[in-house]
Design a protein around this ligand. Structure first.
Ligand code: ZN
Length: 440
C-alpha cells in the first residue's frame, strides 16, 4: 500500500486539478482519494504539493528500432518511403537476433519510463528471429515493470514461410498469455494484438489467416495503413478496393484494432473505421521524418491516439510536434484536442486489458507519474493542455508507478542500468555490422 500525501492531482481528460489531496494505492489500483486518508499500514510518500498524474501512453512504437539511434551502416540512397523501408528498416529487422532484440527492448523500456510513459503498444518484426520474439519483448517490459502490448508484423515480403511463421508467432503468443491468465501467472502487465505490417505487403491469403487468428484469439489487429500514398494506390491497382474496405471485407476492423498513420485514407474510409469503432494512431514525428506527407483528416476520426513509431517513448515531446505540425499545416485544432488524443491511448488499454486507465479515481489502475513542475503561471483545468504543449517536458518526471509498483523513484531505477547500457553498445555495433552484410 502506498499513500501519497500533499498531492496536486492532475488529469488530462477530462481536465481536472485537485490540490492538497491524498491518494491511496492498494495492490495494482487506486483505492481511495480524499483530503485526509487514514492508512496506518501504508508507506507514506509526501509530495509537498508536486503533481500526481496518470502516466502517458505511447500507442504505437517499434522496440526493434531501439539500437538504430545514430546508426553507422551503409544505408545507401533513400529518396522515397519505399527505399527507406528497403535500405534501412527491412535490413535492420533482418539483422536482429534474440540478444540484440532483448537489448533494444530494455533500452526502449527505460527511455519510456524515464519520460513518464507507463504503457507502450509495440509492433514487432525480426524476420530471422520470429519464433519466441514476442516473449523476449514481454520479458524486457516485465523486467522494467512497464505495461505494454506487442504483436508480430506479418508480411509476405520474406516469402510464404515467413508469413506463416509470423501468423504462428501471433497465435502462439496470445495462447501463452491466455495460459498465464488461466493458471494465475499473468502479472497484468502485458497483452497482445495480432500484427500485420501493411496491406501492400499482405496477400488476401495472409489477410484471411490474420482474420482467423484475430477471431480465435479474441484480439485486435495492429497494422500500418496508408502511411505512404503507395499503400492506397497498390490496394486500388491490385485489389480494386479502398484499403480499409479491403481490410473490412475480412472483418479486420473492430474496437480492439489499431490502424497506424492513415495519411492517405479517404473520408469514406474514415467513416467506415468510425462505424467499426476502430482506432487510428497518428505518429507525427515519424511522418515528418519519412516525408510521407501530413494527415489533414485527423479531426474526422472518432478514436485518435498518438504514437512515436519507434522515435523513443517520450509523449511530452510527441504531443508538441503533433500540435506544432498541425498548426504549420493550418489545422483547426487547439492544444485541448491534442491533449485528448494523447489521453485516448488509455481507451486502447481499457479495450485490451479489460480494466480502467487514465484517471485518478478509485478502481483505476495505479499507473502514475509524480512530476515536479513549478508553473510560472496559474495551472488550472482550462489550461492544462496549454501547459502540456508549451511548458511541460519529460524533464519534470520524478517518479513513476506502474500497476501499483514504483518502477522509477526520485529519478532512479530500482536496479543498476549500467550493464544494460554497456550491453546495448556492444549489441548495436554487432547489429550494424550484420546489416552491412544484408542486401536491400
Ligand atoms: Zn510503425
Amino acid at each position: 500500500m502506498t499513500l501519497f500525501k500533499n498531492a496536486t492531482l492532475l488529469e488530462i481528460d477530462p481536465p481536472a486539478i485537485r490540490e492538497s489531496m491524498e491518494l491511496l494505492v492498494e495492490d495494482d489500483q487506486i483505492s481511495k482519494i480524499a483530503p485526509k486518508i487514514d492508512a496506518p499500514n501504508a508507506e507514506m510518500v509526501d509530495l509537498k504539493g508536486k503533481i500526481l498524474m496518470p502516466g502517458m501512453v505511447c500507442s504505437h512504437h517499434h522496440y526493434y528500432s531501439g539500437l538504430a539511434r545514430g546508426i553507422l551502416a551503409e544505408i545507401g540512397p533513400t529518396p522515397d518511403f519505399a527505399s527507406i523501408l528497403k535500405n534501412l528498416w527491412w535490413r535492420l529487422d533482418r539483422a536482429l537476433d534474440a540478444e540484440s532484440l532483448k537489448s533494444s527492448a530494455l533500452i526502449c523500456s527505460l527511455d519510456a519510463i524515464r519520460a513518464g510513459t507507463t504503457a507502450v503498444i509495440d509492433h514487432h518484426a525480426s524476420p530471422n528471429f520470429i519464433e519466441g520474439s514476442l516473449k523476449v519483448l514481454k520479458d524486457a517490459f516485465e523486467h522494467c515493470g512497464l505495461r505494454g502490448m506487442s504483436c508480430y508484423e506479418v508480411t509476405d515480403r520474406n516469402g510464404r514461410e515467413g508469413m506463416l511463421a509470423g501468423v504462428e508467432e501471433n497465435r502462439a503468443f496470445a495462447g501463452l498469455l491466455d495460459e498465464e491468465k488461466k493458471t494465475g501467472k499473468w502479472r497484468g502487465l502485458f497483452e497482445s494484438h495480432i500484427g500485420g505490417h501493411a496491406p501492400f505487403t499482405l496477400s488476401d491469403e495472409s489477410l484471411k489467416l490474420l482474420a482467423d487468428t484475430v477471431e480465435k484469439s479474441r484480439r485486435g489487429l495492429h497494422i500500418h495503413v496508408a502511411e505512404d500514398s503507395y499503400d492506397s494506390s497498390h490496394s486500388h491497382a491490385e485489389h480494386g478496393k479502398d484499403l480499409l474496405v479491403r481490410l473490412d471485407s475480412f472483418g479486420l476492423l473492430g474496437p480492439k484494432s489499431i490502424m497506424v498513420h492513415g495519411v492517405y485514407l479517404s473520408s469514406s474510409e474514415i467513416d467506415l473505421l468510425n462505424q467499426r469503432d476502430g482506432f487510428l494512431v497518428h505518429n507525427n514525428r515519424s511522418n515528418m521524418n519519412n516525408s510521407v506527407g501530413y494527415n489533414t483528416r485527423l479531426p474526422e476520426l472518432k478514436n485518435l491516439a498518438l504514437g512515436t513509431d519507434g522515435i523513443g517513448g517520450d509523449m511530452f515531446e510527441e504531443v508538441k510536434f503533433a500540435y506544432f505540425n498541425h498548426k504549420n499545416n493550418s489545422g483547426p485544432w487547439w492544444p485541448p484536442n491534442y491533449a485528448k488524443a494523447l489521453a485516448a491511448g488509455n481507451r486502447l488499454l481499457e479495450r485490451n486489458f479489460a480494466a480502467s486507465f487514465g484517471r485518478l479515481l478509485p478502481g483505476y489502475k495505479a499507473d502514475l507519474v509524480v512530476a515536479d513542475y513549478p508553473s510560472p503561471t496559474p495551472l488550472v483545468p482550462e489550461n492544462i493542455a496549454g501547459h502540456l504543449v508549451f511548458g511541460m517536458t519529460s524533464s519534470i518526471v520524478e517518479s513513476v508507478m506502474i500497476n501499483g509498483q514504483f518502477v522509477y523513484r526520485n529519478r532512479q531505477f530500482p536496479f543498476d542500468i549500467g550493464p544494460i547500457y554497456s550491453e546495448a553498445a556492444v549489441q548495436s555495433r554487432k547489429l550494424w555490422e550484420r546489416m552491412d552484410n544484408i542486401l536491400p
